[in-house]
Design a binder for this molecule. Sequence first.
Ligand SMILES: *Cc1c(COP(=O)(O)O)cnc(C)c1O
Length: 496
Amino acid sequence: MKPVKYISTRSRQEPIPASQAILKGISADGGLYVPDRIPVLDRSLIELSHMSYQETAYEVMKLFFSDFTEDELKDCIAKAYDDKFDRPDIAPLKKAGAAYYLELFHGATSAFKDMALSILPHLLVLSAQKNQVKDEIVILTATSGDTGKAALAGFAGTKGTRIIVFYPKNGVSTIQEKQMLTQKGDNTYVVGIHGNFDDAQTGVKKIFGDKELAAHMESKGFRFSSANSINIGRLIPQIVYYVYAYGKLLAEGAIADKDPINVAVPTGNFGNILAAFYARQMGLPIDKLICASNENKVLYDFLATGSYDRKRAFILTSSPSMDILISSNLERLIYYLTGGDPEQNQSFMKELSQDGVYHISAGMRSGLKDFYGNYATETETAATIKDIYEATGYVIDTHTAVAACVYEKYAASTNDRKPTVIASTASPFKFGRSVLGAIDHSGSTLGDFELLDQLARLSQTAVPAAIAELKTAPVLHKKECEVDEMKQTVTDFLGI
Ligand SMILES: *Cc1c(COP(=O)(O)O)cnc(C)c1O
């Protein structure tokens, strides 16, 4: 079988190897890279069920990152999934009530972004070496809260790289903001913008597309890359934990070989659920992909009607990492729905940027039958946290609760009782105020850190060290800017 290469979702070009796609992040035509075919798992599910997280990671990544040697990949995996994670099994699976929670928050920043961002810097540095790139790599990232810190933690101190993170000044939780503002490392830079996440993301995309700036950067020995979930160096590592979760269910005897399962994912930029889609295409027996939204329910509306319409009010919710109206990774699914037609995909994306809306055909909609979409209101999200806590003692965060609520809606409306894995994307301590507020109101007068102790007592789990130490950590970043000053901010930081 010929090695997997990468093509753009927006125009027909010569396929490029994985290392180049990782380096570029986004294609020059504005499209996202997709593999030119989706490889099939070449180990049996039974074999996979005996593997550690790291071994599973190798089995998945070797199929996609075909221009990396076995030693290179294994080295990246070993460096990424080490004792930065507070659990040796990296992503534990916990049963509570009717569902299985895949805890993806045991890394350095207590949210699922660590799963991919602990390996991306290693893949990127190696990709630069492979392609004789001598420039310093500048990672430019817009964050709705969790990506920023996870990227900062991943890249801080990584030689040959600098990282600049833009976040919506009033759109992230206190803990998320403190996590970013206390980031150490001379190569890190954090900026609060006066706008929302979509403004930050659009601003970053504009900077990436600025050819004049790119030429100026190059003359000074810099080049941009992206740590956002559009980079295949982030997307592919996220496939791993779905394969691993299936293996765990099999090893525990919760399912038999080849039994189908469902997956429920709290969705924002559509990266996590797209990884589950890829896992399914690779042969993992996933039946339904349950796409859960918060009140910013643009994806629910899309799945229900075939119209993607971002022209609506942006709502700040208690699950801020899902407060998104332009789900970037959906473009990859749209591309597949067109049957791999970049021109057609390109015209949808043009409509989205010009008119804020596009409509897919009935034929394309039939390709969405494996997805189920629904959403949870703020009241439902809080009630779900409380109900699960009261029924099982298990405490989940607000994002995970959105997925748990939507899963319950799905199970009630379909009577489908297949084992279901809910992607548990953040530690409840990261969103402690909302979580505690949902369970009881005793914490409402407490400070942001005091209430975590209360939550620890309730959940009978310890406050993660990465969050506990924030209390006394000094703030190292104070920069704020207007949306239209983002480019200037970048050139100032680089001194060019
Ligand atoms: C980023 C994030 C999400 C959304 O994931 P996408 O891949 O953007 O869909 C959900 N929950 C948490 C806690 C996150 O950090």
